[in-house]
Design a protein around this ligand. Structure first.
Ligand code: GLU
Ligand code: MG
Length: 498
């Protein structure tokens, strides 16, 4: 099915099929000259300037193309006081500074539009803005370089999400509800459907990997992948995920910290907008469907120096001693990391036993219930990496990746010991033994408690400021309190007759 046939007129520019790879569609843009040539070649009329707020939502503002040269020399002004987590009203003027290397042709905006990611600067001090997540990520990369331990950290996030056909929710003093629906969900086997119900629905936890017609979403995922590759985001693999109700996963090829955070922001944008073209909608909420797998975002990580991989060696699971110290750093700081990597109240509804989500702070070459898995698919030292399974895609990737790197570096610097590994199924481990293994925080508040106590590893090289973390924790505490004060349908089920 051609998504462009379904698209309404406002769905935007359609890029013709090219003979080569879609990745070639976006040539390397290194400077302003390349950018202007690219804009001319594609008859661009508008430029969209995007950046990321503190919770991790992509923001944008646009100008006609003729303004681009002015923006490249002096930035684009905006009101920082209206952006979540940014400025106070009395100091609201901020500047967007485009990163020209990030430009690509956005096909969702009607007019041919060039999209660029921007850093945020303070026009008075002219320095990178302290609270901009991309500034924090820049400082994390500098801290890595200064450490001398490695010169490059690679990140490979595996975001999972649900592609749904209908979502409704509402709340008020008199009641609250939500409803998610998907044509391929198992709860629709008995539904009257236009043209007849064909009966091909995906049973609970059996979405990995039946073919069409059970998997009805290959076309949507493939269209998402093509759109991403045209934007310069190289994709390695994509598939239906385990849960019923349309769970999916698309995996990008690893990249450096800031570039990967940039790519993830665009990944979410493209996934949502391609779904819309198909008349569908997407959520990255970690647990939108009760009783089946939630959506995580496992983050693969490795350190390199002078083009050589540092995580390969002859310790457990063919890891190097450095990789084991990095693992130890992640495990030691895991509860605090959750506050940044699992930042919603819904995140903790995923981190429960039985759904392939990690609950135990331990590492394993095989076990998917451990917080850290060491993939064993290949023996090539260049592929040696560790997979941190806790995060979910509601995180702000600039903050999450920076925090993960700093935790790992702390483990290396302090030569922390990761303790014993396990290859057992932790979901089936005897309770008395399991009790000895530390586990993930049970709620957002618990994770925030941990971050309050354990933040020196984030602040000591000046990457995160104490002020930033204080504001972040306050904001998240307020979110947790809002959720906690609302009665839920389940409370009526349990307690109405109490
Ligand atoms: N969806 C699972 C999670 O919540 C992960 C499934 C997998 O191993 O890919 O982390
Ligand atoms: Mg997965």
């Amino acid at each position: 099915m051609n998504p462009t046939l379904l698209a309404d007129k406002s769905a935007g520019t359609v890029i013709p099929l090219s003979a080569g790879s879609d990745l070639e569609f976006r040539p390397a843009i290194k400077n302003a000259k390349d950018l202007l040539a690219f804009a001319k070649k594609h008859r661009v009329t508008m430029v969209d300037y995007t950046f990321v707020d503190v919770p991790g939502t992509l923001q944008h503002t646009s100008k006609p193309l003729h303004e681009l040269e002015g923006v490249l020399s002096g930035g684009a002004g905006f009101d920082g006081s209206s952006i979540r987590g940014f400025q106070q009203i009395e100091e609201s003027d901020m500047l967007l500074i485009p990163d020209v290397t990030s430009a690509y042709l956005d096909t969702f905006l009607g007019e041919p539009t060039l999209s660029v990611l921007c850093d945020v600067k303070d026009p008075v001090s002219t320095s990178f803005y302290d609270r901009s997540p991309r500034t924090i990520a820049r400082r994390a990369v500098e801290a890595l370089e200064k450490s001398g331990i490695a010169d490059t950290a690679y990140f490979g996030p595996e975001a999972e999400f649900f592609i749904l056909d209908n979502v409704q929710y509402g709340e008020g003093p008199e009641g609250a509800f939500y409803k998610v629906d998907s044509n391929e969900a198992i709860w629709n086997t008995g539904k009257e459907e236009t043209g007849g119900n064909m009966g091909y629905k995906i049973r609970h936890k059996e979405g990995y990997f039946p073919t069409s017609p059970m998997d009805s979403q290959q076309g949507v995922r493939a269209a998402m992948v093509r759109e991403m590759e045209r934007a310069g985001i190289e994709i390695e693999t994509f598939h239906h995920e385990v849960a019923t109700g349309g769970q999916a996963e698309i995996d990008m090829r690893f990249d450096t910290l800031i570039t990967m955070a940039d790519k993830l922001m665009r990944y979410k944008y493209i996934v949502r907008n391609v779904a819309k073209r198909f008349g569908k909608t997407v959520t990255f909420m970690p647990k939108p469907v009760f009783g089946d797998n939630g959506s995580g975002m496992h983050v693969h990580q490795s350190l390199w120096l002078n083009g050589k991989p540092l995580f390969s060696g002859s310790e457990y699971a063919a890891l190097s001693p450095m990789a084991l110290h990095y693992i130890a750093g992640l495990l030691a700081h895991a509860p605090a990391l959750c506050a940044l990597c699992n930042p919603t109240t819904n995140s903790y509804k995923r981190l429960v036993p039985g759904f392939e989500a990690p609950v135990n702070l331990i590492y394993s070459a095989r076990n998917r219930s451990a917080a850290i898995r060491i993939p064993m698919y290949s023996t090539n030292p260049k592929t040696k990496r560790i997979e941190f399974r806790m995060p979910d895609a509601t995180c702000n990737p600039y903050l999450a990746f920076s925090a993960l790197l700093l935790a790992g570096l702390d483990g290396i610097k302090r030569k922390l010991d990761p303790g014993a590994h396990t290859d057992e199924n932790l979901y089936h481990m005897e309770p008395s033994r399991l009790a000895k293994i530390k586990h993930a925080p049970g709620s957002l508040n618990e994770a925030l408690d941990a971050l309050e106590k354990d933040q020196a590893f984030l602040t000591k090289d000046g990457v995160f400021s104490e002020d930033f973390l204080k504001g972040y924790i306050e904001g998240k505490r307020a979110e947790a309190a809002e959720e906690a004060m609302r009665p839920t349908p389940h409370e009526f089920y349990k307690y109405f007759d109490a």
